[in-house]
Design a protein around this ligand. Structure first.
Ligand code: FES
Ligand SMILES: [Fe+2]
Length: 387
């Protein structure tokens, strides 16, 4: 799991009211609450006194109060009150918890998890999903769910252009499984491919979709782009007959074994609300089909050694994703989750915040350890693109 990145904590609508709300991300427990101005705030959930969960405490004015002994923490994570010591208590400097920046975009609540915002990928702008603000052209449905698979394994699955022919008959051609090898367009924080794809046969479509599908509709053009930010991807599938669908999905690691997926799907066809249920059923069917396979993938966490599986040229976007993750590991941003798992029975590890980055001393809880760059990463990955 990668530090210094923005992740979706939840649907913005799920944080109505003052809270507090508990959320687990990157293996760490966090608490969100609204201050008296209505701003959503995010702190480490583990009270620095004796470790109770702030998420089961109470919001009091601009603070969240711990349920165990009533210590109050403000939006910066600083303890402002220790009731047992009386009104004149001198609050120790270490009486504080990490506080994380919060933003809202596309109806999702995002939290920055890390101690150095200068290393963050750009926060998504309108250009990532212009469909969101264009209801005349697009009908959008949205959903979120948790799946019992590793975040890298599910992201790789999501950007994989070869698997639909075998896993999803509703949108992968069973007749023609070839992947159109194209240049991968890459920048510092994203990569994409635009491929021609043989569409599935009309016989493999169902419901209203089948009604608007002919067998001689020509090739699809599919652009798949992943972003480091939020472990997000955008999948744009345009049919030759003008039917067009654009999906934006983010993947938040709950821990190394579970992922929370957030999806928006925009369509320019069958835009009447009565078609929403069938489209949503399509998303859920794809989820079941993908999870059914990805659950069986071994090892459960993506290998870090290139020789431990066999990527080919047809895995070109997955290869680009691994390359990005490898770059971030080399920058020291990957959490050493084996050590966290091994050592967290008697000590708490927290995600370090920007406040801690600027003032690293005088904290009660240790920051998560980071993986050191090692020789595994020096192995070459698969060929990425045809030149
Ligand atoms: S554990 Fe939080 S106030 Fe004591
Ligand atoms: Fe899939």
């Amino acid at each position: 799991m990668i530090l210094n990145n923005w992740y979706v904590a939840g649907e913005a609508a799920s944080f109505a009211g003052t809270g507090p709300f508990g959320v687990k991300m990157l293996g760490a427990d966090l608490v969100l609450f609204r201050d008296s101005a209505g701003e959503l705030r995010c702190l480490s959930d583990v009270c620095c006194h004796r470790g109770a969960a702030l998420a089961v405490g109470k919001v009091k004015g601009d603070c969240v109060a711990c349920p165990y002994h009533g210590w109050e923490f403000n939006a910066e994570g600083v303890c402002t009150k220790i009731p047992a010591l009386g009104a004149d208590a001198k609050i120790p400097k270490r009486a504080r918890v990490d506080a994380y920046p919060v933003r809202e975009k596309f109806g999702w609540t995002w939290v920055f998890l890390g101690d150095d915002m200068s290393q963050a990928p750009p926060f998504p702008g309108e250009d990532v999903y212009p469909e969101y603000d264009d209801p005349d052209t697009w009908r959008i449905i949205r959903t979120s769910f948790e799946i019992p698979v590793n975040w890298e394994r599910t992201e790789e699955n999501s950007i994989d252009g070869a698997h639909p022919s075998f896993v999803h008959k509703a949108f992968g051609s069973r007749r023609d499984p070839t992947v159109n090898i194209v240049p991968v367009v890459t920048d510092e924080w994203s990569a994409s491919t635009t491929r021609k794809r043989t569409p599935p046969d009309r016989a493999d479509k169902t419901g209203a979709m089948k009604e608007i599908t002919s067998d001689n509709r020509g090739m699809n053009v599919a652009t798949t782009k992943f972003f480091v930010c939020g472990i997000m991807n955008r999948t744009d599938i345009k049919r030759a007959d003008g039917v067009h669908q654009v999906q934006l999905a983010t993947r938040t690691p709950i821990d190394e074994y579970n992922t929370r997926v957030f999806i928006m799907q925009a369509r320019n066809y069958l835009k009447e609300p009565e078609h929403d249920a069938e489209r949503m059923a399509g998303i859920m069917q794809a989820r079941e089909e993908d999870v059914g396979i990805v659950k069986t993938v071994r090892p459960h966490l993506a290998p870090r050694r290139a020789s431990h599986d066999l990527l080919t040229e047809a895995d070109q976007l997955e290869t680009a994703f691994r390359r990005k993750m490898r770059e971030l590991t080399a920058k020291g941003l990957r959490i050493d989750s084996d050590t966290v798992e091994r050592e967290s029975k008697r000590q708490v590890f927290v995600i370090p915040s920007p406040t801690r980055g600027a003032d690293p001393k005088n904290w009660v809880h240790k920051p998560v350890p980071r993986l050191a760059q090692d020789s595994e990463a020096a192995e070459p990955l698969a060929p990425e693109a045809a030149e």
